[in-house]
Design a protein around this ligand. Structure first.
Ligand code: 5GP
Length: 175
């Protein structure tokens, strides 16, 4: 066991459960967007593992890009202040966009990202999140698909950090 793992209280979602849900989602996406121009947009940093695994379960041609948004420091409480620190192309006409995000919590980050992308006239826009924490929602936004709904706990692993650590865990754990 690594030292990072010894500090995680419990495993909430196992590596196997994540793998199975992502394989199913990749298959659904491949069927839904067959013959269409598809762009998967991940939100850094948290979504990098999810996006890497998800796009490899997509069997149709697809492009991948990343935006970066910051709303958390080393605290576990969202500041509500969202900054887009890395953006993608300004013209998205003709593209079917899937925003792939690690977690939908208060919804502040995704509301802003979604609004920004919709302004650029994509053919369609869908929001897929690995984790949904509905108890903490303050913004008016819901995911089109959430792979797992979780209780109000601070989770780490599979891309998600606490103070930049734990992103490399293969499962979702509770601190
Ligand atoms: P929002 O509150 O805007 O919906 O979520 C903003 C960001 O906060 C997420 O993209 C994610 O990076 C982070 N976040 C929200 N809940 C958690 C959590 O339980 N664990 C971790 N590690 N990050 C979280």
């Amino acid at each position: 066991m690594t030292s990072a793992e010894t500090e995680v209280k419990s495993v909430l979602i196992s590596e196997e459960e994540i793998k199975e849900a992502i394989a199913k989602t990749g298959k659904e996406i491949s069927e839904k967007y067959k013959g269409k121009k598809l762009l998967v947009v991940g939100i850094l940093k948290g979504s990098f593992v999810f996006v890497a695994d998800l796009v490899r379960e997509i069997t149709i041609p697809c492009e991948v890009d990343f935006m970066a948004a910051k709303s958390y420091g080393s605290s576990t409480v969202s500041s509500g202040d969202v900054n887009i620190t890395r953006d993608i192309a300004s013209d998205l006409s003709g593209y079917n966009i899937i925003i792939a995000e690690d977690i939908l919590d208060t919804g502040n980050t995704l509301s802003k990202v979604k609004r920004k992308l919709l302004e650029r006239n994509p053919e369609s826009l869908e929001l897929i999140v690995l984790l949904d924490k509905p108890d903490r929602r303050t913004a008016e936004i819901e995911a089109d698909k959430a792979l797992f709904t979780i209780p109000d706990a601070f989770v780490v692993g599979y891309g998600l950090d606490y103070d930049e650590k734990y992103r490399n865990l293969k499962y979702i754990g509770v601190l």
